[in-house]
Design a binder for this molecule. Structure first.
Ligand code: ADP
Ligand code: MG
Length: 486
């Protein structure tokens, strides 16, 4: 074990999925022509005034409640002053000393999970959550730079953690858990490729078994979860080497260079900020009434790890399957919809986690086909499991039926009917086939009668072949044994 302990605190910016911007009525859609979604407020034309979007506040409060933060009855907006061409007002509207939420905690999963058992969990403490607006986007070309203000004014929450993470893997686990909670709360898609979740990682080291915090370095604007893990891992090495050589660690922002795998200092005169925060005189305080809080508290979403514990306990599902179903609220709702129709959690969960997800991932052009575009509906899965249970089809044939369901969207019953896949339970017909197989296969018959039990499998295989897999295996077994005895 190293003589040094790592301490990490993360500042995570998350885009809220409101239809319009936080202080204007402009749309927030992604991927539109540059500067087609920036209205007078977003580009700060003289004389315009911002108006707070209530939906953004609702989303921040829902998330705060879900993770046990204190919701402040009154919070205010502040101006964060600096000059940069991606921000036409020359100040960003944010919250400073009176944010919308204080505290809260996010449950993370550490190591030690196995097929059936959930691993060790713990809660990471948060400092605060505040609302703010996003800025525009700069694209630097060889001799010029382009600016797109479509993103300016998009609502963000910034989630600030305490220095309560102690390794790159924990930071990774935290971001994964945070993302799953935000998605479950229905307030962001957290698509990092679209910049909907971005992270600054504060990293310091200190001698092991001491409590005072070391000097921190802030790695700015990490936009992948693995970038966060790798950037922090690099910083730990760099800082440890500096300490061992008695070089001071400078408190500074650094940039993570993902392609080369190292961080570089961003320190410059321009970076030495004094933001001169002051309350924004154009905006009213955000007031959260008791009544509103009570209403929001009533339909809070279930957090993914709570759902997972419930699924493991109530449905006796293994850890591995629940950890596929629970992080995705749409998939979990799909499962519960099928379950409401036919109460066989294990079989239904298996079809969803194995067959359905496999086919969705094979059908997608970029990543998986979205669940809402899938032709197989929860009722179809419930019916399929029912057909197996009734003995109409074997699990083997069910796989074939599923393939057809996925391609055509037809109900499994209809497919079984149309393709003549129903298992034969006509005992007379089956008995005739069994007799034929017994007559034409004297060797296994003799062996079975001499006490060699497995020899019956050869006979079963022949019957299956003769019925093209449509005979019910249980009935074949019974019939063969009866005929061989007689
Ligand atoms: P600043 O004043 O530089 O913005 P803050 O105290 O507001 O610093 O903290 C910003 C983030 O940095 C928080 O997530 C916090 O947990 C984290 N942080 C603060 N000090 C340290 C430290 N010594 N090591 C690691 N993370 C830290
Ligand atoms: Mg700070």
């Amino acid at each position: 074990m190293s003589d040094w302990e790592t301490v990490i605190g993360l500042e995570v910016h998350v885009q809220l999925k409101t239809a319009s911007k936080i202080f204007s009525g402009a749309a927030t859609d992604y991927g539109s022509e540059p500067n087609t979604q920036a209205c007078a407020v977003d580009i700060a034309l003289p004389g315009v005034l911002p108006v707070m979007n209530q939906e953004a506040a609702r989303m921040a409060v829902v998330f705060g409640l879900a993770i046990g933060a204190k919701i402040n009855q009154r919070s205010i907006f502040a101006r964060k002053n600096y000059f940069y061409p991606d921000m036409p007002k020359n100040y960003q509207i944010s919250q400073y000393d009176q944010p919308i939420c204080d505290g809260g905690e996010v449950e993370i999963e550490m190591e030690g999970s196995s097929r059936n058992v959930m691993g060790e969990h713990r809660k990471v403490q948060l400092t605060r959550i505040h609302l703010e607006e996003d800025v525009g986007k700069l694209t630097h070309l060889e001799n010029e730079s382009l600016v797109d203000y479509n993103r300016a004014g998009t609502p963000l929450i910034e989630i600030v953690s305490e220095p309560d993470l102690y390794s790159p893997d924990e930071a990774f686990a935290y971001l994964t858990a945070l993302r799953n909670c935000l998605i479950a709360a229905g307030i962001s898609e957290c698509d990092m490729e679209k910049g909907q979740m971005r992270c600054d990682a504060n990293v310091s080291i200190r001698p092991r078994d001491t409590t005072e915090l070391g000097t921190k370095v802030e790695i700015k604007n990490l936009n992948t979860i693995s970038g966060v893990r790798n950037g922090i891992a690099y910083e730990i090495q760099r800082q440890t080497r500096a300490m061992q050589n008695n070089h001071p660690i400078l408190q500074e922002p650094r940039r993570w260079n993902a392609d080369e795998g190292y961080t570089t200092s961003m320190r410059s005169k321009e970076m030495a900020h004094d933001y001169r925060y002051f309350p924004d005189p154009d905006l009213m305080p955000v007031k959260v009434s008791k009544n509103w809080l009570d209403n929001l508290t009533k339909d809070l979403p279930e957090l993914p790890f709570d759902k997972q514990r419930r699924y493991m306990e109530d449905y006796d599902l293994p850890y591995t399957i629940t950890s596929v179903l629970c992080p995705d609220p749409k998939l979990a709702a799909y499962f519960e919809e099928a379950l409401a129709i036919y109460d066989k959690p294990k079989q239904i969960a298996n079809f969803i986690a194995n067959d359905l997800l496999r086919d969705l991932s094979a059908a997608g052009e970029h990543g998986s086909l979205p669940l809402e575009e899938c032709k197989v509906r929860p009722a179809h899965i419930a019916e399929l499991v029912q057909l197996i249970d009734k003995g109409d089809i074997s699990s083997q044939i069910a796989k074939e039926v599923f393939f057809e369901m996925f391609e055509t969207g037809k109900a499994p019953g209809q497919i079984v009917e149309e393709k003549g896949l129903k298992q034969s339970t006509d005992t007379d017909e089956l008995e005739a086939i069994c007799n034929e197989v017994i007559t034409s296969n004297p060797k296994p018959v003799e062996e079975f009668k001499a006490g060699k039990e497995p020899a019956i499998n050869a006979l079963k295989g022949q019957v299956m072949k003769a019925t093209r897999g449509k005979a019910n295996p249980r009935i074949i077994d019974e019939l063969l044994r009866k005929l061989l005895k007689g």
